[in-house]
Design a protein around this ligand. Structure first.
Ligand code: DQQ
Length: 570
């Protein structure tokens, strides 16, 4: 590959803030762009990432004075994770096009000199955002620090200052100095006091350690954690928020009222696990609806069954919704990342709300993502016979938003689920897209070469679960043939989606962005994100097909596909 040539681009912008036009370039930093995209076949163009270097967790997303802010764990000096991690900062008006600002929170003080790690924002009364973040102090202890904007009249919040009394929380008794991190967004109780949880490990239990404060500066430890999990290792990036039981609207973190349930999420063992329950504010306890949860078992609910970690939600007060961001890591090697000069990206922001069963969340790409749709093709009522496929042509298959609804075949004739094989990921590895079944496998072949030697199959297979007297759809993302390159993690991912015997259809939406495929099954009831690095099926050599390898015919009720534009800032 020819060496990349980088040139300096100064981004100019006009942002609209509170109806006013703001023409301000003082905050804008020089960005390095590869002028020749031919050298970057795996670079995503509509997923968020800064132009260069390493990125991991999303930090403190928020909406402030007409502007969306996203901070992120960033190494400004290279494309690997090391001791120079700090808070990168970008802003947007639509969650799609981004402007990269100068770094917001940078290691400078004894309480964060060895890195500024993850944390969250909270909007205090009077519309005053503050940040709680983890500092690695001069002794490499993890401590919690407070930071605030220097100038609240600046909608970009370009400058941040650190509270002089930092740290405001140090590792409590029983928590090792390297097991105490990632403060959540705080919420306020009826008594007017603030609460926040910090992730940790205590007595071998993953914990959401609870603190309370009157003034957001002085915090006292509550003797019991908000909740804990066994065999999980440390809980990273805990998130705790209310969801409405009767609408898709988001709920502000401090809201109190009826028709609410609560979500507790913890990141551990490379996945983001969540559970739904209630919050007993008097006892300061989270009470999950199902007690055998957050232990990292295959029956735990996950935001995403592929690559997606250290996520964070925020309440979007202007559109009354809750939005989720998650870090999507690379699946290639560090040597590849050094060559590429970038590593890591954020998921498409997803709106989250409670499913009508109230037993799980639904996730769906924010509506604004559709702004990037351009050339459109659609198909209706297309029959897919056994062992057949057809190409969805006329769009850019390497950058596409594709949505398809399949009519389910007669459910009486589907395979029976073996109760001993109830790990969806293992089941997807055994029953691949080429293993003929009854109803399924059917789905999409993405980033595929014309001869199909390279392809990522995202597909469904329907089972009867006699044990639970239900039908269940296995959703798989099969990366085994995603690339003819060696040295790439090609793990297959899988998730179960329980359906009603009256359900007539199942939908699949995939957002393909060169090396990332984010897939949403059954209208967002299961999500799987995969990274793929094809050797040949890149740019115009990439194709997309719909296929059926089940013995029962499947009908595509409707398929829509749109080529996707590059987002600004990518
Ligand atoms: N990433 C941060 C930590 C967090 C971890 C460091 C999760 O604060 O626990 O970059 O990916």
């Amino acid at each position: 590959m020819k060496a990349s040539v980088f040139c300096v681009v100064y981004m100019c912008c006009i942002l609209h803030s509170n109806g006013k036009e703001v023409s301000d370039t003082s905050h804008i930093i020089p960005l390095y762009r590869d002028p020749s995209p031919k050298n970057q076949p795996w670079r995503p163009y509509f997923h968020f990432r800064p132009p260069k270097n390493w990125l991991n967790d999303p930090n403190g997303p928020m909406y402030y004075k007409g502007v969306y802010h996203l901070f992120y764990q960033y190494n400004p000096y290279g494309s690997i994770f090391n001791k120079t991690i700090l808070w990168g900062h970008s802003v947007s008006h639509d969650l799609v096009n981004w402007i990269h600002l100068k770094n917001a929170i940078v290691p400078t003080k004894p309480f964060d000199i060895n890195s500024c790690w993850s944390g969250s924002t909270t909007i205090l009364p009077g519309n005053k955002p503050v940040v709680l973040y983890t500092g690695l102090d001069s002794k490499n202890q993890q401590v919690q620090n407070l930071a605030m904007p220097k100038n609240l009249s600046d909608p970009f919040l370009k400058e941040w200052k650190k509270y002089s009394g930092n740290p405001i929380m140090t590792p409590p008794h029983g928590v090792k100095p390297d097991n105490f991190r990632d403060p959540s967004t705080a919420w306020r109780g009826k008594d007017g006091n603030w609460r926040v949880v910090v992730g940790g490990l205590r007595n071998n239990l993953g914990v959401a350690i609870l603190y309370r404060s009157k003034d957001f500066v002085h915090w006292s430890l509550h003797d019991e954690p908000l909740y804990f999990g066994k065999n999980t290792n440390i809980w990273e990036c805990p998130d705790f928020y209310p969801v409405s039981t009767n609408s898709r609207d988001g709920i502000e973190n401090s809201a109190i009222g009826i028709n609410l349930k609560y979500v507790l999420k913890a990141s551990f063992k490379s996945h983001d696990y969540y559970t739904i329950g209630s919050y007993d504010a008097d006892k300061e306890k989270f009470l999950p609806d199902d007690h055998k949860v957050l232990i990292g078992s295959t029956s735990d609910l996950r935001y995403d069954y592929g690559k997606f970690y250290a996520s964070k939600t925020f309440f979007d007060s202007v559109k009354n919704r809750r939005i989720l961001w998650g870090w999507i890591n690379e699946s290639d090697s560090s040597t590849d990342d050094i060559k590429k000069q970038w590593a890591g990206l954020q998921s498409i922001p997803r709106q989250v709300y409670l499913d009508s069963t109230r037993r799980q969340l639904i996730q769906w790409p924010v509506k604004e993502t559709e702004k990037l749709r351009e050339k459109h093709v659609s198909y209706f009522g297309k029959k897919l016979k056994r062992e057949s496929l057809f190409e969805v042509s006329g769009i850019t298959a390497s950058q596409v938003d594709i949505e398809v609804s399949f009519m389910l075949p007669k459910l009486e004739e589907v395979e029976v689920l073996d109760p001993k094989r109830n790990d969806p990921q293992l089941l997807c590895s055994a029953k691949t897209s080429s293993v003929i079944g009854g109803a399924g496998p059917f789905g999409l072949l993405l980033m595929a070469s014309r001869d199909l030697t390279e392809q990522t199959a995202v597909f469904f297979r329907v089972f009867k679960d006699n044990h639970n007297h239900q039908f269940v759809v296995l959703m798989c993302s099969d990366q085994r043939r995603s690339s003819l390159r060696q040295g790439i993690d090609k793990t297959t991912y899988g998730a179960f989606i329980y359906i009603n015997h009256k359900d007539k259809m199942i939908s699949l939406r995939s957002l393909v962005d060169n090396s990332v495929i984010e897939s949403f099954g059954a209208e967002g009831r299961a999500c799987i994100t995969a990274r793929v690095y094809p050797k040949f099926s890149v740019y115009n050599e990439a194709h997309v097909y719909a296929f059926n390898n089940g013995s029962l015919d499947v009908v595509i009720r409707r398929l829509d596909a749109w080529s996707m534009k590059k987002a600004k800032g990518n």
